[in-house]
Ligand binder design. Structure first.
Ligand code: EPU
Length: 424
């Protein structure tokens, strides 16, 4: 197993390209089940979760070429020979987003068997709202041996008015994909407005789907008889960009992020600007600088888009551990997304947790320590804190990081951070 050795204290300087978005690439890979011909995806990042999704598509009888060997920016997904519309437990348990194949399978093949995801490090995360919505579209479900066995009515799924009780990102994507081939019109009320949902919608439209209301909380999909293959370029990763900004906020320096999805980062950029960072946008270039200072304490509450993203909460908290003053960080999306707190404290952070609220009192400095990653964004948070800490930190269980970042350590190294990867 790999671990990272991080030595704090080096400012970051230079230019780095923001990679493709994990949370757009995952639904787009699942969407390859829908068209008659192959879907070619460009700008895919090289990361564990996408390989898992690739393995799942392969398990079902699909052809994923080339399969990730080293980096792989362009992948052709040909699902025309799908034989097994199933997502087995081994794959779903390592990646909950496997549930994204349910809607496309039901829409295209009328049946699916998907292992019910259990809890995960950040919360219970059921898929009850996905199932309820698909039921409203006529699907029937049986639960057997931990699997959801689903069938569409004869003649296919039916358009419906689906109302999500709370905003669900993959739920919206699942239903939107299912609705593209359903009979009639589907309206998704209280739909997620995340940019990755919109990116998925745009790719579906390129395949021939009829979707309106993109980027709003009411998405309408008029079912069509079939979709065609296409080539689509996945949007850039706003969370990777935000993570790199957080690194500049603690390490100092001046960094240009090229290809950044600036227009989808407003809430995050606002918080970093409030904390004292200089942020300048020039087209898709994001220039970030922070020289010789201490960030100001800024409070943040996670909310569905366009609010402050839960996927940036841990990284933002790492910055706030060193801020001047007290920051209140409230997590409203997941009930247990504070696994990084105990580890940040090991570096010397002063954080008190009360339910879903973390009170972070800025300290003068952190000092390096052995650390354990518990989930994807917690790993990033610990790397950021370690970049500011005095001395060396050792981060184990780096596989959590590699599930969702395309060489974050490599990009930081490119910018001058002292961070190396070694075998444990
Ligand atoms: N929820 C339910 N029932 C459902 C669906 C969701 O109770 O049927 C709850 C969840 O347990 C959670 C809340 O609703 O408390 C919101 O969950 P959502 O469904 O929006 O999350 P998700 O679709 O499973 C995606 C991202 C997450 C990101 C969240 C929130 C993907 C593949 N994953 O998850 O990304 O945190 O939306 O924005 O798109 C990450 O990248 O680190 C990550 C966890």
């Amino acid at each position: 197993m790999d671990r990272l050795v991080i030595e704090g204290g080096s400012p970051l300087r230079g230019e780095v390209k923001v990679g493709g978005a994990k949370n757009a690439a995952l639904p787009l890979m699942a969407a390859s089940i829908l068209p008659q011909g192959p879907l070619v995806l460009q700008n895919l990042p090289t990361l564990g979760d996408l390989k898992t999704m690739g393995r799942l598509l392969g398990f079902m009888g699909g052809n994923v070429t080339p399969f990730w060997e080293g980096t792989c920016e362009r992948v052709e997904l040909d699902m025309s020979k799908l034989t097994r519309p199933e997502a087995p437990h081994e794959l779903v348990k390592t990646m909950r987003a496997s549930a994204l194949v349910l809607g496309p399978l039901l829409a295209r093949y009328g049946r699916a068997k998907v292992s019910l995801p259990g809890g995960c490090a950040i919360g219970v995360r059921p898929i009850d709202m996905h199932l309820k919505a698909l039921k409203e579209m006529g699907a029937l479900f049986d639960l057997s041996g931990g699997d959801v066995v689903a069938t569409a009515p004869t003649g296919g799924l039916l358009g419906a008015r689906v109302h999500f009780e709370t905003v669900t990102v993959t739920g919206t994507e699942n239903i939107m994909m299912a609705a593209t081939l359903a009979k009639g019109t589907t309206t998704i009320v209280n739909a997620a407005r995340e940019p990755e949902v919109s990116d998925t919608a745009r790719a579906l439209i390129a395949m021939g789907a009829k979707i309106t209301g993109i980027g709003t909380d009411e998405i309408t999909v008029e079912g069509v008889d079939s979709l065609k293959g296409t080539t689509y370029t996945v949007m850039a990763d706003r969370i990777e960009a935000g993570t790199l900004i957080a690194a500049v906020a603690v390490a100092g320096g001046q960094v240009t992020l090229t290809g950044a999805p600036c227009s989808s980062m407003e809430a995050v950029l606002e918080k970093f600007a409030e904390a004292g960072l200089n942020i300048l946008i020039e087209g898709d270039k994001l220039n970030v600088s922070f020289e010789g200072g201490t960030p100001k304490a800024v409070s943040a509450t996670t909310l569905p888009y366009p609010g402050f993203p839960t996927d940036m909460q841990a990284q933002f908290m790492a910055v706030m551990t060193l801020a001047q003053g007290v920051s209140i960080i409230t997590e409203t999306i997941f009930e247990n997304r504070f696994m990084h707190v105990a580890e940040l404290k090991r570096l010397g952070a002063d954080i008190t947790l009360e339910g879903r609220v973390a009170v972070v009192k800025g300290v003068k400095g952190l000092s390096g320590a052995p650390l354990t990653a518990s989930d994807l964004r917690a790993s990033a948070s610990l790397i950021i804190a370690a970049l500011a800490a005095k001395g060396k930190s050792f981060l184990s269980r780096v596989y959590h990081l590699d599930r969702g970042y395309d060489s974050l350590d490599g990009k930081l190294r490119q910018l001058g951070a002292k961070i190396k990867r070694e075998k444990e």
